[in-house]
Structure formats: C-alpha cells, structure tokens
Design a protein around this ligand. Sequence first.
Ligand code: AMP
Ligand code: MG
Length: 342
Amino acid sequence: MLFYKKLKSKYNLLMVFLLSLSILLLSSCSESTEMKSKTDFKEGTICTINLPIDTNDLVFDECFAILDQVESQISRTDANSEISKLNKNKTAILSDETYMLFKYSYELARESSGAFNPSIGAAVSLWDIVGDNPRIPSDEELNNIDTDYKKVIFNDETNQVTILDNMEVDLGGVGKGYSANKLRDYLAGQKINRAIINLGGNILLMGAKSSNQDWTIGLQDPKDESGTSYILLALSNTSVVTSGTYERYFEKDGVRYHHILSSKTLYPAKSDIISSTIISNNSALCDILSTTCFVMGSTKALDFVNKYDDVYSIFLLSDGSIVTSENFDFEYTILNENYHMI
Ligand code: AMP
Ligand code: MG
C-alpha cells in the first residue's frame, strides 16, 4: 500500500513535470518568428525591410515613403531638396527636422576635429566617386573650394544656415543612419517591435530573432565577393553600421580612389582600417562614427569611440587584425581564417 502511494506521488510529479514541459514547448512553438521582406532602391542604395509575417503591406509602403521624404530633405542628387537649395543659394531656412540633423552633424564635426566633415561637399562633387563621372580633381580645383566646417553660420531662432560661396554641404555620411532611426520610430508607433532595417548595409535591428535568440549579422569581407562575411555577430535591439573603401570607388592607373575623403588632403582618406563598424542604439551616430573612425585610423578611432557610452566598434585592419573598443562583449564567429582578433 505504502509502495503504491509512493508510486502514485511519483507519477503525479512526473505528470506535473510533463505538463509544464509541454506548456513551455507550446509557448515556444506559438511564438511566430517568421518575417517577410520588401526591397526598393532608395537614397542611392538597396533598402530591404524585414517585418513580422503578419504585417500589413501598407506599413512597408509607409517605410519607403519615409525614405523618399528624407531624400527630399537631404539628397544632393535631388535638385529640390533642402540641402541642394542650400548648396545652390548658399543660405537657406531649413525645416525643423533638417536643421536638427544639420546641427547634429556639425556637432560631430567639432567633436571629431573635422574627421567627420559635412562641409566636404564641394570636394565630394569634384571627385564624383559615387556619380557617373568619377575623376581626379586638379590641385587648382581643390585649392579653390572651402571645406572648413567652422565657417558655417547657424541661426537657432530662424533655422537659417549660411555657407561660403565655394562651399557645399554633404550629409551622405549620416543620411542612412538618420533614415533608419526614423523608420524605427515609425514602426514602434505601429506597435511593431521586431524588424531588420537594412539600408545599403546600414542595419538597424528591432527586437531579437526570438525570445531566446539574437539576430546573426554578418559583416562584409572587404577582400571577398559581395555577400561574403568575415565575421558573424550576435546582436539584438541595436544598430550596426559599416564604412569601408570596398563600398564605392573607382580605379585609375592601378590606384583605387574611394568615397571617404580626408578633410586635410581632400583626397580619399588613407587609413589602416579596411572595414569600420560601429554598434549603438542610435543609427545616425553609428553612421557618422563609422565614417569618422575610418578617416581617423584605428589608434585615434579607438580612443575616440571609447569616450562614448554604449557605443562599440570593431575594425578590420589591412594586416588582417581585428580590433574592438574596450567594452565590446558581443558573441562573434570569425569566418575568414586569415583574420585574427587582437
Ligand atoms: P559612409 O558611406 O557612411 O561612410 O559615408 C560616405 C559618404 O559621406 C560619402 O559618399 C560622401 O558623400 C560623404 N563623405 C565623404 N567623406 C566624408 C567625411 N570626411 N566626412 C563626412 N562625410 C564624408
Ligand atoms: Mg557613415
């Protein structure tokens, strides 16, 4: 009898255990992690947005409309954008949003002592590296332009900005990150909390892959074919942005001229970094810092990034070494055996 009682209570325990296990399994099965994606060409690049499978298509439409709206604010190829009008007339009263982004960009120009320089536009125009007729400008042409970010005049009361006659503004180094932040704000307003926003490699992750799994993000191997990653990172709820010379360039007489310019030489910046990646919540800051760090080179860049809270960096250097900022503690897998973490 006693034996039977014991057996019965053991049986009960087993039932409770099995029941709770099946509830656990059921709840993980019922969590839908399926996504659907839509791609469009916006802001001069391929933009892909992944959202939960049950998302209404109108939400995708609105996302792409937001990207169009940003272009109408800051694009340099759209002659009617606010920035194009500023570049043409040398003075303009900007919308509140564009003015805020403008001020933010110039704040980072000061913080980086001009490594990030939104006033570099006239040099970008001369080189035309992302345009149809890339070429090496003459010394005379480069001497005749002004790229001094300190000479821009701001009026916080009226949103008016004034630049010099031989100066142009270029917000191409922050535009995609700024757009990604805007998309996140819109999606959050729609109560969507899982998304992968990929604006030409400028990535913003909302939520995680599932309740117990990060997204896996691969960083392009600059020395390999497009789509081949040199490292995989486990990330969620953050933005990850990479700048590198492999992205946009032209070659002449065996020399590669890429799209990130040095304020000092007005030539493509020489850097020991071949892939500059920044991870942080703020995609606009990631975008700015990835460009900035590339220009600075790894030694200066690591010091610079370490000053920011909750900002992490991972740089691939030309000698195959991978260096990270002090606080970098994300899980990673290196895929290229020629590269090593130091
Ligand atoms: P990214 O691809 O984000 O690294 O930004 C590069 C783009 O920013 C270029 O295509 C230019 O439009 C612009 N740019 C180039 N050099 C600089 C610089 N030193 N500071 C700020 N923007 C730059
Ligand atoms: Mg950038």
